[in-house]
Structure formats: structure tokens, C-alpha cells
Write a protein that binds this ligand. Structure first.
Ligand SMILES: *[C@@H]1O[C@H](CO)[C@@H](O)[C@H](O)[C@H]1NC(C)=O
Ligand SMILES: *[C@@H]1O[C@H](CO)[C@@H](O)[C@H](O)[C@H]1NC(C)=O
Ligand SMILES: *[C@@H]1O[C@H](CO)[C@@H](O)[C@H](O)[C@H]1NC(C)=O
Ligand SMILES: [Zn+2]
Length: 454
């Protein structure tokens, strides 16, 4: 942007109560300014923070919205949307700014849906994960100029991978990827979506596999497959056309407008598998337009197509059951295992530093087992209703009793050797070596052919 334009920007974006955000592609500076102004005008329900900087030093701004925007509150799930990870897939950043407007407008107008959503949920919005790529992008619908970060790295291939034999880039993390990994450590996110373009489909984990029991037919299925299919359908069916399953440039149609990531095309180092496997955050990848850089005059219609689904998806953070694990002295315990029978997650879900757990589950009867060092494991059966309509998951605390046996005998229920749930092992490249190398070579070809679609 030229200096004179930068000077007049503040005038263009002067806040006024009745102002509406223009439907156009705002520069990174304009987005930052917009977020600052929204934050200044709504200090009671917004909080602006940065999770780090891009390779070229641009801030990765996040706006948090909710009744408790500055910090976690007990029982309030953390939700996030991330857009523009591929710099030339730009619709998501426009939609997320419009979503901020919509949430604040609904809240200020006392609309029930907005009050209930903002009271029950903390919503984090990262409009651009790759601002450097955005600056380098051209407006082509299909090509990939601007896809990568400034170092030429595809950020959606740069995360640690639970299945890959070798970690991408010798385990070197790009600044933008490291910022997201650090972000995931600061909050226990429960549900997330990652907004892309170049196709029209909701894609869910796994994106990768290594020939183990997760591979079913041509798909790579997670223990929470039922929940992921539901989440993807909530998006595709609330979207005006995604559920029709039309393909864009892809030859294969997507039934219901959803797909298993691996079944579409396998990829290693993706963000959604990382969120799910290591951070117990269920993430889906939303492909929101056939054209990666839609003409600006189509933006109002594209927002209308996605408005309902973006809101309905957030509400799904209230699926399942949530609560705390209390130790024998009644103190919330961090790092307790909370396992659902029949769901052997690669890294078992644990309580966070507040002693809380959140477990997205479809309605039904479930058996949960909680274990903590020096305490007796506790198994309870819960009837889980459909939470989203009432904006809360089932609340259930587990009260543990001290183990009668000596502490050394208290062990985790089912230790799982692979993969290591310790990030640093993977960063060093010395982690568990999964089998299926031959398959990986074959898949590598497919990945190479398909790597530029989304
Ligand atoms: C919303 O409700 C609050 C509190 O009851 C009230 O002060 C405010 O004027 C209402 N706003 C609108 C737009 O009705
Ligand atoms: C939209 O999502 C809601 C969940 O929020 C779901 O109950 C509803 O069935 C969806 N609408 C359609 C048309 O599928
Ligand atoms: C992870 O593994 C590294 C290397 O073996 C070790 O130094 C570190 O303490 C481990 N971290 C945790 C949380 O276990
Ligand atoms: Zn993409």
C-alpha cells in the first residue's frame, strides 16, 4: 500500500454505530485497523490479541468475542475460526470479518440467538494466518501464487504429523505454524474450523494415515468419526448449496457436501489432524468457493450462502459433555485422563490446567472412565442429550477417591505406545516410526498431483 493511501485509511474506517463493513478485500493493514476499532467500540465483549508474527513480521491478530472475552471462564468452551492459511484463498477472511459484524450486531440488538451464543461461548477469530501470502497473491481462481508463506512453505503441510514417517521440512516449523501451535497451548480449544477455497466441501480428519486400523476402504477414520460427520453435515446442510455435493474442478462429487480428508487426497502435516490428535480440538477444513479469489461483487451473495452455517457450526461446540475432575480433596485436577469407552484416541483426552474436560459426543449413552495418579479410576455411565439447542453440553463433574493401594500401583488404564503425545519427540524426528512406508511412496505421488487444489 502506498503511504498516501495509508494516511486516508483511518477516515475510511471511522467507527460509527450504524456503519457496516464494506464487501471488498481489505488489506492486512485495514483488517488490523478494523479489529482495533471493533475492539475499542466493544470492550465489554471483545478482546484483541496477537498470537505471533508472520515471517515478514506482520501480526497474526485474533479477536475473541463473548461475555468473558479476556480469559477462560469455567464451563465456557473455547471455539476458533482460522482463515487465509493459504494466502490466495481469500473468501474466509472476508467471511470472518462479516461474522464479527453479525455477532456484534445481533448482540447489540438483543437478539436471542446472539445473546445466548455470546453468553455461552468464547469465539476466537483469526482472519489471516498467512498475511504475507495474501500480499503476494494474484486474483486467479485456480493457480497458487500466494498460497505459501514468505519462505515458500505450504503451512497446511508444516505441522507435526502423527502418521508420517518423516516430519515435513525436517521438523522445522514456520513462524505462522509455530504461532498456532503455541496458541493451542494457551487455551483448550474444543471445536474449530479452518477456512479454505478452491472447492466446495467440508472435509474432516484424518487427512493422513499409515495403513493401520484407521484405514477403512479409501478413508482414514478417527475414533470420533460419527461426531465429525455430524459436524461436517451441519456446515454443508446449513450452507445454501454445499450439501448438493457438486464438484468444482474436481472430477469426483462429494455426497452430502462432505468428505473424509484422506479419502479426498492424503496429506501429511495438516492443521486439522494436528488440532485433533494433539490438542483434543475437533477441527474441520471448510472449502468455501470453487474460485480461490472470487470477484468482489460476489462477496455479498457468498456471505449469505455461508452466514447460517458459520453460526450453526459454532453452536456445535455445545455437543456432548463437559465438567471438571475433582481430586480427593475436592480440588480440580489437571492432566486427568478422561476416556470414552470405544474411542481410543491416539492421544487420550485429558483435563486442562483448570481441571476441566470437554468431550463432543452425539446424543446417546456413554461410559466414561477417569483416571488420575494416586486415585481410584472412576467409571460412570452418562445419558448425553443434544446440547446445541440449549447452548450447553451436559454438565458432569467426576469426584475421585484416593487409591487404597500404594501410589506406585496406580497406572493409566490403557497406555498407548503410538504415536507419542509429546510434541518435542516429533520435532526432533525421533518419534515412533509407523509402518506402511511403501504405501507412503504411492500416496506421495497422489499428494504431489493433488497438492494445489485446496
Ligand atoms: C438491549 O437490552 C439492554 C438491556 O436490557 C438495553 O439497555 C438496550 O437498550 C437494548 N438494546 C436494544 C437495541 O434494544
Ligand atoms: C443446521 O444446523 C443445525 C444445528 O445447528 C441443525 O440442527 C439443522 O438441521 C441444520 N439445518 C439443516 C437444513 O440441515
Ligand atoms: C518430551 O520429550 C522430551 C525429549 O525426550 C523431554 O525432554 C520432555 O521432558 C518431554 N515432555 C513431556 C511433557 O513429557
Ligand atoms: Zn487451502
Amino acid at each position: 500500500m502506498s503511504p498516501p493511501l495509508r494516511l486516508i485509511l483511518p477516515l475510511l474506517l471511522l467507527p460509527s454505530p450504524a456503519s457496516t463493513l464494506e464487501f471488498r478485500y481489505h488489506s492486512n493493514q485495514e483488517v488490523a485497523l478494523y479489529l482495533q476499532q471493533v475492539n475499542a467500540a466493544n470492550p465489554d465483549v471483545t478482546h484483541l490479541y496477537s498470537i505471533g508474527r508472520s515471517v515478514l513480521g506482520q501480526q497474526l491478530w485474533v479477536l475473541a468475542l463473548g461475555r468473558h472475552p479476556r480469559s477462560h471462564a469455567t464451563g465456557i468452551p473455547e471455539f476458533k475460526y482460522v482463515a487465509n492459511m493459504h494466502g490466495n484463498e481469500v473468501l474466509g477472511r472476508v467471511l470472518l470479518l462479516q461474522l464479527i459484524e453479525e455477532l456484534l450486531r445481533g448482540y447489540r440488538d438483543n437478539q436471542t440467538w446472539a445473546l445466548r451464543l455470546m453468553d455461552s461461548t468464547r469465539i476466537h477469530i483469526l482472519p489471516s494466518m498467512n498475511p504475507d501470502g495474501f500480499d503476494a497473491a494474484d486474483t486467479d481462481c485456480q493457480y497458487s501464487q500466494g498460497r505459501y508463506n514468505h519462505n515458500g512453505v505450504d503451512l497446511n503441510r508444516n505441522f507435526p504429523d502423527a502418521f508420517a514417517k518423516q516430519q515435513g521440512g525436517e521438523g522445522r516449523r514456520e513462524a505462522e505454524v509455530q504461532a498456532v501451535m503455541d496458541w493451542l497451548q494457551t487455551e483448550s480449544f474444543v471445536l474449530s474450523a479452518n477456512l479454505h477455497g478452491g472447492a466446495l466441501v467440508a472435509s474432516y480428519p484424518y487427512d493422513n494415515g499409515n495403513g493401520g486400523s484407521e484405514q477403512v476402504g479409501g478413508a482414514s477414520l478417527s475414533p470420533d468419526h460419527d461426531v465429525f460427520v455430524h459436524l461436517a453435515k451441519v456446515y454443508s446442510y446449513n450452507h445454501s448449496s454445499m450439501h448438493h455435493g457438486h464438484s468444482c474442478y474436481d472430477t469426483r462429487p462429494f455426497p452430502d457436501g462432505i468428505t473424509n480428508g484422506y479419502q479426498w487426497y492424503p496429506l501429511a502435516g495438516g492443521m486439522q489432524d494436528y488440532n485433533y490428535v494433539w490438542s483434543q480440538c475437533l477441527e474441520v477444513t471448510l472449502e468455501l468457493s470453487c474460485c480461490k479469489f472470487p470477484p468482489a461483487d460476489q462477496l455479498p451473495a457468498l456471505w449469505e450462502e455461508n452466514r447460517k452455517s458459520l453460526l450453526a457450526f459454532i453452536q456445535q461446540v455445545h455437543l456432548g459433555v463437559k465438567g471438571r475432575v475433582l481430586d480427593s480433596s475436592g480440588v480440580p485436577a489437571a492432566n486427568a485422563l478422561v476416556e470414552v469407552r470405544g474411542r481410543s484416541n491416539l492421544c487420550p483426552f485429558r483435563t486442562d490446567r483448570h481441571g476441566e474436560y470437554y468431550r463432543l459426543l452425539l446424543p446417546g449413552r456413554y461410559s466414561l472412565t477417569v483416571s488420575l495418579a494416586n486415585h481410584q479410576p472412576l467409571t460412570e455411565t452418562l445419558d448425553v442429550p443434544y446440547g446445541p439447542d440449549s447452548y450447553t453440553a451436559l454438565r458432569h463433574d467426576f469426584l475421585l477417591r484416593r487409591a487404597a493401594a500404594p501410589p506406585t500401583l496406580a497406572k493409566p488404564l490403557r497406555p498407548r505406545p503410538s504415536p507419542s503425545c509429546n510434541h518435542t519427540l516429533f520435532l526432533g524426528g525421533s518419534g515412533v516410526q509407523p509402518e506402511g512406508a511403501g504405501l507412503c511412496v504411492a500416496l506421495g505421488l497422489v499428494v504431489a498431483l493433488r497438492s494445489l487444489i485446496d
